[in-house]
Ligand binder design. Sequence first.
Ligand code: GDP
Length: 292
Amino acid sequence: MSEQVSIQWFPGHMAKTRRLIKESLPLVDCVAEIIDARIPKSSRNPELDALCSSKPRIVLLNKIDLADPAITERWVEYIRKSGAMPLAVDCKSGRGLNKFLPLVKELLKDKIEQNARRGMSGKKIRVMVAGIPNCGKSTFINRMAGSKKLKAEDRPGVTRGTQWIDLGSGIEMMDTPGMLWPKFEDPTVGENLAFCGSVKDDVIDIELLARRLLETIAKTYPDFLRARYKLNGELPEEGAELLALVGRKRGMLISGGEVDTERASAVVLDEFRSGKIGRISLEKPDMTESGQ
Ligand code: GDP
């Protein structure tokens, strides 16, 4: 196996975002955690379990349009067994989102009944969205909000500036999502996030990343690579060889007939991230913590 992509994370904002989440939690009844269905382990925040222990949780497996449907199903079961409420969604097209409000109501059933018994059936259930960068928080909020108006928080003593979106069905959502950080100390996590485009490409070695991605896909979804890049027979194990093959097939050559590996790398990464290579999941539920 070749060297691993290493990514430098700058956790300068960690303390601040942790504090913001802690301040917001008392204002809400449940948390909707958004993760990337292609990398459900790598896209989770390591501290959210501890931070939100008191609040019921919906885990939104987002970007299912890009993930392997059979593996997404297994993740749904895995998350359900772990005690959270899973929902597989594609926030880009809106698929699955119609189940969100019914799920919140089911999750908060006891609270809603309690409110009714106390004569407060008009009291809204409040939800906060949280997730690491690029998981789809804004896309989710925009989709759910549609053209609904924001309502400024006017209760005294509550964090200024908090706005609530009335989603109907007695549910309100905080308009600003909780920004979380990933498990940046784990190199496998960093690599998975980089594959999925959740790390700025200017801080990584694109060619190394593309080689690593090709090695991974050649092991797990070789037929997708064969079909997309018209490759036949056994695929080489080495990422560099795979990249050269792809570059040649696409005619990405520089003078002297050498493959333009930089261009080929950009193409491979772009085609993976946009789902053109296929619906690929990089993590399965039975993998160990490091994703191996
Ligand atoms: P945030 O940083 O968590 O707010 O993430 P964004 O909402 O900005 O989304 C990051 C990127 O993922 C954007 O390019 C979105 O268009 C894309 N995205 C979000 N949800 C989905 C999805 O379900 N499917 C696909 N294919 N792309 C998505």
